[in-house]
Design a protein around this ligand. Structure first.
Ligand code: ADP
Ligand code: MG
Length: 464
């Protein structure tokens, strides 16, 4: 390769990095992308190298698509394929090197992994199955046992037992993981069965493209010939009428032919918005299984299994701390674990509770942003220039009663305190008074935009 070409690719790589930095934000960029180096360019294919196998796999699965897209955006005519390999382990990455263009590949033991090509993206419908999302890697607990059992039944049976299987739950609780697990499992048992997995967004995109190219027959055919169809995140087709219509027909055609359909969404069929009634009711005909928010035990279990797979030594104390603190969803929990592991690998130090708190301080802070009732009273009083004491007083003039109601409203919204408890902290008032305040403020927010802005401003002040 000519030096000129290398320099030009290097320049493109710098732009790609800039783009990724903007897209992912500083912290993700630093933890993952910054450690990649430009390794090789052959024809239109570039190879990047990550410092470790763990990081390589993680980058490929988490950021692969976006990295490919960034290359495509910056250099569609020069580069159309990107793979990521691993640098030899005896060569530590230094700041100066990161982002440079040197590095050696341990090509004997680690084949470069392709993170996606344009060709693949357009022509393969199911190239999107994640190899980590298997039943083996799924930790079962109370919150997800029903969904797990249903998924296993569906993939383990040749008969169609319930149609559709409808999985629902909040983001990051394992819906996609379960769907991919079913797909892998069915393929393993019987490779001749045709399984098609795609997101509702992709379904929509393909449908619109088929309409544009007047190719709807081919579009329909590819669905109608499958044995198992899975559509993920179906809430995204809400409100999109023509896509919904098409989805409904596809769905009916498959169910009529006794083919298995599996759907996921963030809400139950009855709560899905923007869906036609007939589709909504049809979706609820089979088995509807929900995944509940995680419990402490499940979070701990997931962390333990994760640590085993990563092969890193993490003290139990650290795992318990994380399971206790990071309660939102499994994706965040995994993200935290990966950050700690990546940090430990890079700096070569043991994982301790102190190091954990340091590495995750931004994430942990967002969980600790617990506002107290006293803070709310202080902030609201100062905003309306009344005395904090008036929050507890019996004075009823509007200039005082209204801010007091706002404070009660915010206390209800921003803290975990019950209505009676809030009442007690506002001069021993009854819970019905608090309830009345909450309703009143809600009402005023609806009819008075200025008022709503005011309350919104206070909320933001308190939350940050
Ligand atoms: P959803 O599709 O519900 O938003 P995902 O299936 O993408 O959530 O899960 C988010 C991440 O959490 C994935 O990396 C997944 O492997 C992991 N995950 C979720 N639930 C579990 C579980 N019970 N055991 C192991 N990993 C899980
Ligand atoms: Mg998902």
């Amino acid at each position: 390769m000519s030096d000129e070409r290398l320099i030009s690719i290097d320049r493109i790589w710098a732009r790609v990095r800039g783009r990724l930095r903007q897209e992912f934000g500083e912290s993700t960029y630093r933890s993952w992308i910054r450690s990649l180096v430009l390794e090789d360019v052959v024809g239109e294919r570039v190879t990047l190298a990550a410092p470790t196998l763990f990081m390589r796999d993680r980058i490929v699965s988490q950021y692969g698509d976006r990295i490919t897209l960034a290359w495509a955006a910056e250099s569609a005519d020069t580069v159309n394929d990107c793979s990521i390999t691993v640098r030899s382990s005896d060569e530590p990455v230094t700041e100066a090197e990161a982002g440079g263009s040197k590095g050696t590949t341990n090509s004997l033991s680690m084949e470069p992994k392709t993170i996606g090509t344009k060709f693949k993206r357009e022509n393969s419908l199911d190239g999107s199955l994640d190899s980590r999302f298997t039943f083996d890697n799924f930790v079962v607990g109370k919150p997800n046992e029903l969904a797990y059992a249903a998924a296993q039944r569906v993939s383990g049976s040749d008969e169609v037992l319930f149609n559709p299987l409808f999985l629902y739950g909040a983001v990051g609780l394992g819906k996609t993981h379960l769907m991919h697990s079913i797909a892998w499992d069915i393929r393993r048992r019987d490779p001749s069965r045709r399984v098609l997995y795609l997101s509702a967004e992709k379904f929509m995109y393909q449908f619109i493209r088929a309409l544009r190219f007047k190719d709807t027959m081919a579009f329909k055919d590819q669905f109608r010939s499958v044995d198992v169809l899975m559509i993920d995140d179906v809430q995204f087709i809400g409100g999109k009428d023509s896509t919904q219509e098409e989805f409904f027909h596809t769905f009916n055609a498959l169910v009529d032919q006794n083919r298995q359909v599996i759907i996921s969404a963030d809400k139950s069929p009855t709560d899905l918005e923007g869906l036609e009634e007939r589709l909504r009711s049809r979706l609820g005909w089979g088995l509807v299984a929900d995944i509940h928010p995680t419990t402490y035990e499940l979070r701990l279990g997931i962390l333990q299994s994760k640590v085993e797979k990563l092969g890193v030594a993490v003290p139990t104390k650290v795992l318990e701390f994380l399971a206790h603190k990071i309660t939102s969803n499994v994706r965040e929990l995994e993200g935290a674990m990966n950050r700690i592991a990546a940090h430990a690998t890079l700096v070569g130090r043991d994982i301790t509770l102190e190091a954990t708190q340091e590495v995750l301080h931004d994430l942990l802070r967002s969980y600790e942003r617990r506002v107290t009732i006293e803070e709310i009273q202080r902030q609201v009083a100062s905003h309306y220039q009344i005395r904090v004491g008036d929050m507890h007083s019996a004075r009823r003039s509007r200039s005082i009663a209204r801010p007091r109601q706002i404070a009660m409203f915010l206390a209800k919204q921003l803290t975990q305190h019950s209505l009676p408890d809030i009442g007690r902290r506002f001069g021993g008032r009854d819970h019905t008074t608090v309830l009345h305040a909450v309703k009143k403020i809600d009402e005023l927010c609806i009819i008075d935009k200025q008022f709503q802005d005011d309350v919104e401003f206070l909320r933001r002040m308190l939350e940050t």
